[in-house]
Design a protein around this ligand. Sequence first.
Ligand SMILES: NC(=O)c1ccc[n+]([C@@H]2O[C@H](COP(=O)([O-])OP(=O)(O)OC[C@H]3O[C@@H](n4cnc5c(N)ncnc54)[C@H](OP(=O)(O)O)[C@@H]3O)[C@@H](O)[C@H]2O)c1
Length: 316
Amino acid sequence: MHAMVIDKYGEPEVFYAAELEPDAMGPEDLVIRIYATSVNPVDWKVRQGKLAPRLPSRFPAILGWDAAGIVVEVGSGVTQFNVGDPVFSRPAIHRPGTYAELTVVDQSLVARKPVNLTYLEAASIPLAGLTAWETLVEIGKIGAHHRVLVHGGGGGVGSYAVQLARAYGAEVIATASAARRDDVRKLGATQVIDYQRESFADMVHNVDLVFDTVGGSVQDQSYTVLKPGGTLVSIAKPPDPEVAKAHEVSAHWFFLEPDGKKLEALGRLFEQGKMRPAIGHVFPLGEIGAAHRLSQEGHPQGKIGIVVDADHAMTY
Ligand SMILES: NC(=O)c1ccc[n+]([C@@H]2O[C@H](COP(=O)([O-])OP(=O)(O)OC[C@H]3O[C@@H](n4cnc5c(N)ncnc54)[C@H](OP(=O)(O)O)[C@@H]3O)[C@@H](O)[C@H]2O)c1
């Protein structure tokens, strides 16, 4: 199969086109012919070798952990899917990724593609959308009575977090750059704070839940905006339990554990029109290096979509 691969850690120039065999299939696995994928910051962190101590790459390595496409082969134990099914997935991060024509995924990580989304749109959802779902719905237990502060509301995860919190009826305040203010309002935030010119810590109080997608001093200052008993969830920096205790709040570190059933539930919110895809940039797979450069700059407009099969990525 055709793939964009790396055989050493480094800058985006390390990508090259190659023909490789797909990963070996187990009985619970299915093979997805990928029509589209997307870029997440974890992709370039792996490419740079930053995650090598925890997540060493086997070279030549295929990065990318979002897929939308059709099932082309199923293992003997696959009961949930058939050949020809349109699906999307956040595959296992320890297996070869999705910058390729084919990927092999355990059926438990796969969900039916929302019927009203193109493959390109669907591929923008699994990693970022599931991260928002698991942090806000499962840890944060958001509901109609909640005030939520989403940091980085215009980013890949933030764009879905703002919409998801709104879909659950919460009041959403977000931080974003001035250039993203209008877009983040349209996603459902009632107040958007320009983090480059304004201090959210001075402007926001009595929040039930802070979703920290930024870390650093942003996390440190976030404790002051929470109500006693409130919750901070970070995907960017492990919170200090002593600091959380001193502020009488609970604080959680989160690392995504993908799940096809949860992705299916998230997909239904898109089918019901309660959420919409948030893709600001599209690149063909052959230009994956340029897509990584954009992601690394840290200010993408929502998600970065990658077309793997130009004949099918924009179809339903
Ligand atoms: N732990 C996990 O399971 C997990 C899962 C997914 C992602 N992550 C991590 O979470 C982070 C965000 O991921 P992503 O996909 O959303 O990244 P992204 O698409 O690159 O978005 C980053 C966002 O951060 C915003 N930002 C930068 N500095 C900020 C600041 N000081 N205050 C507020 N916002 C700021 C940017 O806003 P502007 O563009 O408006 O400047 C941009 O929208 C990354 O580090 C990623 O690796 C972790």
